[in-house]
Design a protein around this ligand. Structure first.
Ligand code: 16G
Ligand code: ZN
Length: 529
C-alpha cells in the first residue's frame, strides 16, 4: 500500500511489546517502558483524525496525570479542545494493538472517507515526566510518516494544550494559540474582575504543585497577576518526586495534607494534580482538623456566583443554568445545589467526556467531578445576551455590572476542559467578591462522611451498571444486596463500578457518621467478591 508504506517501515523502529493496549477514560496509560510504539502510532492516528476533520488541528498530550513518575500516557484532543470523539477511541485501540499498522490505517481511511489531499496539522505537548521527550520524538515520527505537520509546545499543563487547539481552530476567536496568549487572556480577565471589586488586599495562597507541570506554569501565570495574589508554590519539583505523597489525587484519596508543605490553621491551601487539570482547596480549622473543599464544593461556589449574576441581569435562557455531577458527588452538595441554590442537578458517568457532554445540554453548564476536575460551558446565546446588556445599559447600573462580571468570568474559564490554574483563579475571584475565608466557604454545607475502597476480583467486567453508574444490573442480585445493606444505615448511599483506569472495582459509600460509613463500605466490599 504506497500511502502507508513509509508508516509501515518506520513502525519497525517502534516495535510493539506483547501487551494489550486499550484507549481508556483518559487515553492510554501504562509503564513508560511499554509505550514507545503507542506514541508513534498515535502520531499516525492524529494525522488521520486531522484529515478527517478537514485539516483542523488535532492535539496530542503526553501525560499520565496523577500516576507515578515511571508511568506515562497519551491522549488525543479534538478540534474544539474536547476529548477525542468516542467512536475514534476504537481506532486508537486497534492501531495500538495492530500487527499490521497499514491495514488499520487503510480501514480508518475507508470507513471515514478521509480525503488524502487535506493537509494535517498536529499540536503536541508533554508533562514533566523524564520519558516525555523521547515520546514526543516518536509521535513526531508518526506524524511525519503520514506527511502531516506538527507544532511541538514542549512542556505544558494538559489544559493549556486543549486551549491551544481550540484557539487554532477558531481563527483566534478564543484567544492566541501561544503560551503567552493563554496567560494573557486569563490574567486580563482576572485583573479586570479584581479592578471591579473595589478592594486591594492581597490574599496569600499555599499551593501544592504535585512536583509537576502546574508548579512551573503557575509561576508564569503569577508574573501576569501584577501582585494581586501572593502564591507560595510548594512541591515545585525542585526536590520532591512527581505525585509522590502530594498532588490533588493523593489529598482526595487520603483526606490529608500533602507532604512538603508547612501549614498553620487558617492557611489557604490549594493542590493541583500532576498535569494541572484538577484542583482542590483545603485548610486546617481552629481545632486543627483537616478540611477538604472538593470539586463538588467548587462547582456549587461557581453555580451560586453565576446564578447571582444571571438573576441581576434578568436574562432569560431556554436551557438555563445547571450543574453536572457524577455518582461520587457528595449527597450534601447535591441537596445544597437543588434546595438552597435552586439549580437543577444532572448526573453523568465518571470521566470528563461524559460530564462534559451532559453539561452542553445547559446554556450555562457547570460540571465537576468530586476529584477536582471541572469547568463551565457557555452557549453563544448567553454570551451574546450579556454582551448586549453591557452595550445597551448604563454602566452604573447593577444590571450592567453583573453582565460585565459575567463576561469576564467567561474569559477567565477554560471551557475546553478542567483547568487547575483557571479554576483556582475563578475560585479566588468569587471568594474575594464575597469576602469569604475557606472556613466561610466550608460552612455553606457539611459533607456527609464518605469512604472509597478498591476491590480486586477475577474479572471486573462482569459488573454492569446503569443510572450513571449508581446502580448495578449485573451480576444478578448484587444491587438487591447493596440496597439491603444501605437500608441498615442513616442518610446512606453506596454503589460499585468497575474502574476505567485500573483493574479494580471501586466501592463508594456515604452515611451519617464516620463509623457508619466505614462499616457500610466494608460490608459492600465483601459482597462484591
Ligand atoms: C480519569 C478521568 C477522570 C475520572 C477517572 C476515574 C479524564 C480526563 N480523566 O482519570 O475524570 O474521574 O478517570 O477513574 O477523563 P476510575 O474509572 O479508575 O475510577
Ligand atoms: Zn490530571
Amino acid at each position: 500500500d504506497p500511502l502507508f508504506q513509509k508508516a509501515a517501515e518506520v513502525s519497525k523502529q517502534h516495535p510493539k511489546p506483547d501487551i494489550k493496549f486499550s484507549y481508556g477514560t483518559a487515553g492510554f496509560r501504562a509503564l513508560a517502558d511499554n509505550l514507545d510504539s503507542v506514541m508513534f502510532r498515535m502520531g499516525l492516528l492524529a494525522v488521520l483524525r486531522s484529515k478527517a476533520k478537514n485539516g483542523q488541528v488535532i492535539g496530542v498530550v503526553v501525560t499520565a496525570s496523577h500516576n507515578p513518575v515511571h508511568d506515562n500516557g497519551v491522549k488525543l484532543v479534538d478540534p474544539f479542545g474536547e476529548m477525542l470523539q468516542p467512536s475514534w477511541e476504537r481506532h486508537a485501540s486497534e492501531l495500538a494493538n495492530a500487527q499490521d499498522v497499514a491495514e488499520v490505517l487503510r480501514g480508518v481511511v475507508t470507513e471515514h472517507s478521509v480525503d488524502w489531499n487535506v493537509p494535517a496539522k498536529v499540536f503536541i505537548a508533554r508533562d514533566t515526566r523524564p520519558s516525555g521527550k523521547q515520546f514526543v520524538q516518536a509521535l513526531v515520527e508518526g506524524v511525519e510518516a503520514l506527511g502531516g505537520s506538527h507544532q511541538d509546545y514542549g512542556v505544558l499543563a494538559t489544559p493549556q494544550l486543549h486551549y491551544m487547539v481550540r484557539c487554532a481552530n477558531t481563527a483566534g476567536e478564543y484567544g492566541e494559540a501561544t503560551e503567552e496568549g493563554y496567560y494573557h487572556k486569563i490574567s486580563k480577565a482576572f485583573l479586570h474582575l479584581r479592578s471591579l471589586s473595589g478592594k486591594t488586599d492581597v490574599p496569600v495562597i499555599k499551593l501544592d504543585g504535585a512536583n509537576g507541570v502546574g508548579a512551573l506554569k503557575i509561576k508564569e501565570m503569577a508574573q501576569h497577576l501584577n501582585g494581586t495574589l501572593s502564591i507560595w508554590v510548594c512541591n515545585d519539583g525542585s526536590t520532591g518526586k512527581l505525585n509522590e505523597k502530594c498532588g490533588a489525587d493523593f489529598v482526595k484519596l487520603h483526606q490529608c495534607a500533602p507532604e512538603g508543605m508547612v501549614i498553620t490553621p487558617g492557611d489557604r491551601c490549594v493542590t493541583f494534580d500532576g498535569d494541572a487539570d484538577r484542583v482542590l482547596y483545603f485548610y486546617f480549622n481552629k481545632e486543627n482538623k483537616f478540611c477538604l473543599l472538593d470539586g463538588d464544593r467548587i462547582a456549587t461556589l461557581m453555580v451560586g456566583y453565576l446564578k447571582d449574576k444571571l438573576d441581576k441581569t434578568g436574562v432569560s435562557l431556554e436551557r438555563g443554568l445547571g450543574i453536572v455531577q457524577t455518582a461520587y458527588a457528595n449527597g450534601s452538595s447535591t441537596s445544597y445545589a437543588e434546595s438552597t441554590l435552586g439549580v437543577p442537578v444532572a448526573c453523568a458517568k465518571t470521566g470528563v467526556k461524559h460530564v462534559h457532554h451532559k453539561a452542553e445540554e445547559f446554556d450555562i453548564g457547570v460540571y465537576f467531578e468530586a476529584n477536582g476536575h471541572g469547568t463551565v460551558l457557555f452557549t453563544k446565546d448567553v454570551v451574546d445576551k450579556m454582551k448586549a446588556i453591557v452595550q445597551d445599559s448604563d454602566a452604573s447600573t447593577e444590571r450592567h455590572k453583573a453582565a460585565e462580571k459575567f463576561l469576564s468570568m467567561v474569559d477567565l474559564i477554560n471551557q475546553t476542559v478542567g483547568d487547575a490554574m483557571s479554576d483556582m483563579l475563578v475560585v479566588e475571584t468569587i471568594l474575594y467578591e464575597k469576602g469569604w475565608s475557606l472556613d466561610d466557604w466550608g460552612a455553606a454545607y457539611t459533607d456527609l462522611p464518605n469512604r472509597q475502597r478498591k476491590v480486586t476480583i477475577k474479572d471486573r467486567t462482569v459488573i454492569k451498571t446503569t443510572d450513571s453508574e449508581r446502580k448495578t444490573t449485573a451480576p444478578e442480585g448484587l444491587q438487591e444486596e447493596i440496597d439491603k445493606l444501605v437500608a441498615g444505615y442513616k442518610s446512606a448511599r453506596s454503589f460499585v463500578r468497575p474502574s476505567g483506569t485500573e483493574d479494580v472495582v471501586r466501592v463508594y459509600a456515604e452515611a451519617d457518621t464516620r463509623e457508619a460509613v466505614d462499616s457500610l463500605a466494608r460490608e459492600v466490599s465483601q459482597i462484591v467478591y
